[in-house]
Design a protein around this ligand. Structure first.
Ligand code: C5P
Length: 207
């Protein structure tokens, strides 16, 4: 029916931060709230799609009609995404940690001696780029890009580098004491193969 234009489609969405363990009580994460990804998941479900939402640790209610899979680390998220494919469209909104601690300690690391421990990092899998290059690439694959400078130029380069159809870029700098990260509003630039559409600032649900 006309009011459910995505009926019969499977839409896969990632949202929220990831948490990369250091020891049993500590982790590396970021300021992502998951609000934008959850809003998109809710909108896709309202448009009739079957929606799988792979969510990092966030404090948000699951939008109606959405199948939610909770994960912690980037590697957990990568596994959940692989299991959820195939999809007609995938929108990867998650702020995946680029790095994780190379080693994780089974016990809480103690403050002993004088020198603080050195944290060695290693790279996480790029879920978006791997999905683009994999055998089950969704027909429409969209990435997000949180930038603090040269937003559009970086987004254009990222779109090509990752092999995706669109990049939705947003500026996550702090201005007037607030940031898109955690906030209710967003101002995005949609970068496709042949154009850039810059939207006004608006509530994340409207984006
Ligand atoms: O390279 P950058 O992290 O800026 O790219 C952002 C886009 O890539 C987002 O769509 C994000 O969900 C995705 N991404 C990912 N796996 C990573 C890093 C980013 O899927 N390890």
């Amino acid at each position: 029916p006309e009011h459910r234009p995505l009926y019969g489609k499977h839409v896969l969405i990632t949202a929220g931060p990831t948490r990369e363990p250091i020891d049993p009580v500590r982790y590396i994460a970021n300021r992502s709230s998951g609000k934008q990804g959850f809003a998109i998941a809710g909108a896709a479900a309202a448009a009739g799609a079957r929606v799988t939402l792979v969510a990092g640790p966030v404090w948000l209610d699951t939008p109606p009609g959405v199948d939610r899979i909770d994960v912690e680390s980037a590697r957990d998220m990568a596994d959940a995404v692989k299991k959820a494919l195939p999809a007609d469209a995938a929108i990867m909104v998650a702020a995946v940690s680029d790095w994780r601690s190379k080693d994780t300690s089974e016990e809480k690391i103690k403050k002993r001696g004088s020198a603080p421990p050195a944290l060695m990092l290693t790279e996480n899998p790029d879920i978006l780029a791997n999905t683009a290059a994999g055998g089950k690439r969704p027909g429409l694959l969209i990435g997000f890009a949180a930038e603090t400078e040269d937003v559009i130029e970086n987004a254009k380069a990222k779109r090509k580098r990752k092999g995706v159809d669109w990049i939705v870029a947003n500026d996550v700098s702090w201005s007037d004491g607030k940031s898109v990260m955690g906030g209710a509003d967003n101002r995005v630039h949609i970068v496709t193969a042949n154009r850039v559409e810059s939207l006004e600032e608006m509530p994340k649900a409207d984006v």
